[in-house]
Design a protein around this ligand. Structure first.
Ligand code: ZN
Length: 292
């Protein structure tokens, strides 16, 4: 269990045992006892109640209150790069990651490696253009059996790319059907908006996926993402301040839009002019300033 929640649970337990001692002392003073019974539970619940969930803005410029943390380990997964990653997310995001790990485990896959979800209050995190509202997460494309290493020994793990160095296909030495199984399970999670993978991975899935191919629509090609994939979940229905991304186009995406990425390898477009990051919505000021 996460240490933050362990501490909270211990505080609640301590509060309850204090409550029992005071109950004995006050039992002969009915009016005081009635007052105490009214006041104490409210005070305890105020102190221990997690912040209400509030998602503000878009994946690339936003924040979130009411996050929970992905545990360091769980059924079918291990966190890696813990010292330089952040694992807070919307409760639904964390539940979905744990569900993916359980489903992968049930399908016979080794433990998944997971890292960056979102920061404690959302907002920008180094090395990412998104991950700002607790609705995105990175899962590594590593389907090899994994030793049970202590967290400190997972800090510098760098799982290898599954894509050939020329970017035109997956690496046949590394790619396994289990990679496709993992991506299909991820695309089948509730409320997935899209999943980013390297174009070579999308092409491999387009060429090999059999049966129902509807899930391929959610697998979208993007720069990088050759060793991990990025899951983005939809805005929760009860979050009116959450800004949804533009809709994924219809179709499986195994078309000219995918070929465009490989054409770029032959005739790369000039690099886009860097633009400053979008400012956070004003409502994020209070959320970002909240205590840890
Ligand atoms: Zn990501």
């Amino acid at each position: 269990m996460n240490s933050r929640w362990s501490t909270r649970a211990a505080r609640v337990r301590a509060g309850l045992s204090c409550a029992r001692r005071f109950t004995v002392a006050l039992v002969n003073k009915p009016s005081l006892l009635a007052l105490w019974l009214l006041a104490v539970p409210l005070a305890a619940s105020d102190a221990d109640r997690p912040a209400a969930v509030r998602v503000v803005g878009a994946n690339g410029a936003g924040c979130i209150a009411g996050v929970v943390a992905l545990p360091t380990d769980g059924v079918g997964f291990q966190e890696i790069r813990i010292g330089h990653s952040t694992f807070w997310g919307h409760p639904r995001t964390i539940a979905s990651l744990e569900l993916l790990a359980r489903e992968a485990h049930a399908a016979g896959l080794p433990d998944l490696y997971m890292n960056d979800v979102a920061a404690r209050h959302g907002g920008p995190i180094p090395g990412h253009a998104g991950h700002e509202i607790g609705l995105e997460a990175d899962v590594w494309l590593d389907v090899t059996p994994k030793p049970a290493l202590p967290p400190a020994m997972r800090d510098d793990l760098e799982p290898p790319s599954v894509v050939r160095p020329d970017g035109r296909g997956v690496d046949p030495i590394i790619w396994r059907p289990a990679h496709a199984t993992l991506l299909r399970l991820a695309a089948g999670l509730p409320d997935v908006e899209r999943i980013f993978v390297n174009p070579a991975i999308k092409r491999q899935l387009c060429e090999t996926a059999a049966g129902d191919r509807g899930w391929l629509r959610l697998i979208r090609p993007w720069y990088g993402h050759a060793a991990h994939f990025h899951i983005r979940f939809r805005c929760p229905a009860d979050q009116p301040e959450c800004v949804e991304a533009a809709a994924v186009p219809p179709g499986d995406g195994c078309d000219a839009t995918l070929q465009w990425w490989f054409d770029q390898l032959d005739h790369p477009a000039p690099p886009a002019r860097p633009h400053p990051p979008a400012p956070l919505p004003p409502a994020c000021r209070a959320i970002m300033a909240a205590p840890e």
